[in-house]
Design a protein around this ligand. Structure first.
Ligand SMILES: [Fe+2]
Ligand SMILES: [Fe+2]
Length: 303
């Protein structure tokens, strides 16, 4: 099935006029054995699965947040981006919840973790103040944006040889996280711009939430994968998890600058990722982005 886009995007900056793509990946065609889906880096595939486990529930919280504050934002362009952001995240959540159901078949504790994550964000949507919702969403989106940039940068090392559907799913997600990477931040600036300390505090809170949930899920998944049977393998598996989280934390440093603006991040502008550029062109032409093997990616890169 070809990609369907509400709008096409041809602008040079990936964050300008980004589209909503209604994509359904063939998760039902995968088996529980496909969960460690990257031969290039099994650690990476399990790491990103672990990180991604709670993300669909955050994405629903984000949609709720955008809907809650939509009428408080005066700028028409920003309101358009808020609607597009909610649209992209809705499609992410649907596909990743389907993948969580598959992971539950391989990892015994996933069902319980999944229910706890769902309950956590449902409660947060109910009890958080408007300001906290916007700040947490902006803080959290800092990390999905930076993770998008880091993952696409390591494409060859982490994803070159991997299950074509899972690769396609994650490339799509990471490209879109970069595209909408400034929206929640812009909304915070528009509504609570003077409260700079609170923005930074919530970046920290969101980062801690992501790290805690990732380590919890990754430890369980690594055990089921059999990586803890050998102490050297166990150290290298856990080392990958902590090293990758540390890399994300390191990239967060500029976010604490008073004038931080995701739109100006060099990896999103002059050093744009070639996979992201080629993928967006391929999608805009109606190319297949639902399963991408090595040959398909080579073709996409030649566009
Ligand atoms: Fe997302
Ligand atoms: Fe996002």
């Amino acid at each position: 099935m070809a990609a369907k886009s509400k709008t096409t995007q041809n602008s040079a900056h990936p964050m300008d006029n980004f589209p909503v793509r209604s994509l359904d990946f063939d998760i039902d065609g995968l088996t529980p054995e496909d969960c460690a889906w990257s031969q290039s880096s099994p650690y990476f595939s399990v790491f990103i699965n672990a990180l991604g486990l709670h993300v669909p529930y955050f994405e629903r919280y984000l949609i709720h947040t955008m809907n809650t504050v939509k009428h408080d934002v005066a700028d028409d362009g920003l309101r358009r981006d808020m609607v597009a952001l909610a649209g992209q995240e809705g499609h992410h959540a649907r596909n990743f919840i389907a993948f969580n159901a598959l992971m539950a078949k391989r990892y015994p504790k996933v069902e319980k973790l999944d229910s706890a994550n769902k309950a956590y964000f449902k409660r947060a949507a109910k009890i958080d103040s408007k300001k906290r919702k916007v700040a947490f969403t902006a803080g959290y989106e800092t990390f999905t944006f930076l993770a998008g940039l880091i993952i696409l940068k390591n494409y060859e090392k982490w994803m070159a040889d991997s299950n074509p559907v899972m690769k396609a799913l994650w490339v799509w997600h990471q490209v879109e996280e970069v595209e909408h990477g400034s929206v929640a931040h812009d909304v915070y600036r528009a509504l609570y711009g003077k409260h700079e300390w609170y923005r930074k505090y919530m970046v920290l809170m969101a980062g801690l939430h992501i790290a805690r949930e990732t380590v919890k899920a990754y430890t369980h998944m690594a055990r089921i994968e059999g990586w803890f049977k050998n102490p050297i393998k166990a150290a290298s598996a856990m080392g990958f998890c902590f090293k990758t989280l540390a890399q994300m934390a390191w990239q967060t440093i500029p976010v604490f600058a008073r004038d931080y603006n995701p739109r100006n991040h060099p990896l999103a502008t002059n050093k744009q990722n070639p996979v992201a550029i080629a993928w967006r062109k391929h999608d805009a032409k109606g190319g297949n982005v639902l399963d991408i093997d090595r040959d398909a990616m080579a073709q996409i890169m030649q566009l």
